[in-house]
Design a protein around this ligand. Sequence first.
Ligand code: GUN
Ligand code: ZN
Length: 439
Amino acid sequence: MIDYHAAVRGALFDIAEVCDNADDIAHHARFIEDGLLFIRDGKIQARMSWQEGEQYLDAHKGYTDRRGKLLLPGFIDAHVHYPQTEMIGAFGEQLLEWLTTYTFPVESQFADEAYATEIAEFFISQLLSHGTTTALVFCTLHPESVNALFSEALRLNMRLIAGKVMMDRHTPEYLSETAEQSYQQTRELIQRWQHQGRLGYAITPRFAPTSSPELLEAVRRLREEFPQTWLQTHLSENPNEVAWVNDLWPEHQRYLDVYHHYQLTGERSVFAHGIHLHDEEWQCLHDTGSAVAFCPTSNLFLGSGLFRLPACWQNKVRMGIGTDVGAGTTFSMLRTLGEAYKVGQLQSYRLRASEAFYHATLGGAHALRLDDKIGNFAPGKEADFVVIDPAVTPLQRLRNTRCKEIYEQLFVLMTLGDERNISETWINGQCAWSTAAVS
Ligand code: GUN
Ligand code: ZN
């Protein structure tokens, strides 16, 4: 007998190992059509076939029967802005105008902690109902926005990383701070939240155009003082943004050089977008062990450009997938993968289902340097996973009957699937969200 807290029966799909090329992923993929997960103390204790595992079941404890459903490691959203939840689908603008027209006014509301709490709770419930168990999240420049989000994530014991936006120039009067204030507030937030439960703190300079040299210097100091924190920012998303950075920082050759100069590249640094990068910048990302977040729905929605997945692999740069809500148009990682496929198609790159689901799970964990804790069903990993019903609409039901094997089923899931396919989301070994509880 195994001394477990929970056991779940269903089809199990995960990827056993971190891969450094796309072709390897399918070799490390594991599928057990009728499988059993044993969970204890919030962690995966064992992953077996039903045949093998049945003997270890305890008749009193029983098991959760999810036959007909597919269990995947929880999705990892490598880049998202929670305060932008309410502004998804803002019409007409590309990045820089979109920020000033829509984003800054919305973000200004988060000085009010009650308001921030309302949106933070809504945002986290959206993550769960969409099957996302870990996210790297931008708050606003108000410490209240960070307190609101972390309080809710801690209550649910989620593995969530977030931070206060830092920005001290080229922002409206109502959304401004000095480099010194930004430094002090970030410092206090790190001391309050880093390592509480499963939380992590990400130092969050918004991007180079809203950062003075003093601000980036403050970020550098924080990184030095708190080396276990993460760093998140934006990089080379839009051509006008890149041109602006070149104007603002003429002493640096390229966009990434600005960040690199202040030692913001490195382990646990995650740069959102990275669409218009030069070879030397890819090389620098690789050499420093930095990661990028590919956000297809956002890149298409803002007309930013096409992320170059092949360049990312060739340069062996860590990568996760982000929804980038509210420039991104969905919280659904399934829909996001479907759009990533289309971004690939526009560049004659075939994003296979094995690769897509790798990026959304273990690859994302690797990008965030959390692959020792989450990303697959290896024993000892934290039991964050999703229970997926692959056929919830008439069209999906028809299409699924024609699927010959798991990869076809997964590919159809990323083409037709969305939050309706998420039956349950388990956090730390407990079911934290279920369709059964809503309907
Ligand atoms: N660059 C700087 N800020 C933002 C933001 O909020 N969203 C996106 N997509 N890009 C940015
Ligand atoms: Zn963003």
